[in-house]
Design a protein around this ligand. Sequence first.
Ligand code: SAH
Length: 260
Amino acid sequence: MSIFKFDVITLFPKAFELINNSGVITRALDKNLIDVNLHDLRKYGVGSYRQVDDKPYGGGAGMVLKPEPIYNAYESIRKSPKSKTLLMTPQGKVLKQKDLAGWSTLNQIIIICGQYEGFDERIRCLADEEISIGDYVLSGGEIPAISIINGLTRLLPGTLGDPHSLVDESHNSSLLEYPQYTRPLTFKDMKVPDILVSGNHEEIKSWRRRKSIERTLERRSDLISNENYKKYPQSKRIIKEYNQFMKLRIGNEYDNYPDW
Ligand code: SAH
């Protein structure tokens, strides 16, 4: 199996000590499934002060990353044929699970991290995709980059102890995951639902499916709403299934899911 390479251009390589932060990622590093190369932007700085940032043309607050150090760092990276370059920016496309799944079939991701007020506009030409990890602003691209490395690594074959754990989880099928319980059976008067200890696997499967659907409709109906029907073709089937569940539970007086 070929190793998945992450090459990261950053002014703060130390932030990436956080990568080795979980059992799953540690295992991937130990098994040489991934390799993370940090390219310290400072090394590519301009002049004897190794300058990496400068004041914005036209005035305004803060400093902006200069283009030359990032271009030089980028050009020093060996690119594999199946490689993508991602630029971290709150102006990018908001990261989704399906993006991580798509990239997991490559064998290299190059990540460019911004800092301060951002970066010179000409840096955008280097990116295949501009990615945001959500509609909020962080002080640098390091935490977004770590999120991508973490989320993608756990999808690589051989990383998770049991690959089945990927199947049902939230955002994998536009549904959130069903509620999970572990021992003890009763904790502070809160009891595990009887069905989960019934040993009836068919019924457990059906209960979980219904809970998943209910949860998604309650919390994130945008994931399976009517408007999103075109984007998520499975929505129609999911709502139909939900209506069937509810008819069984409540009887014929149950009206179909609203907005449908
Ligand atoms: N002034 C910029 C934001 C700068 S934040 C603007 O309005 O677009 C500094 C850097 O942090 C960014 O260049 C980017 O690399 C990173 N960053 C901040 N928030 C982010 C987010 N939500 N997703 C991805 N990267 C982000």
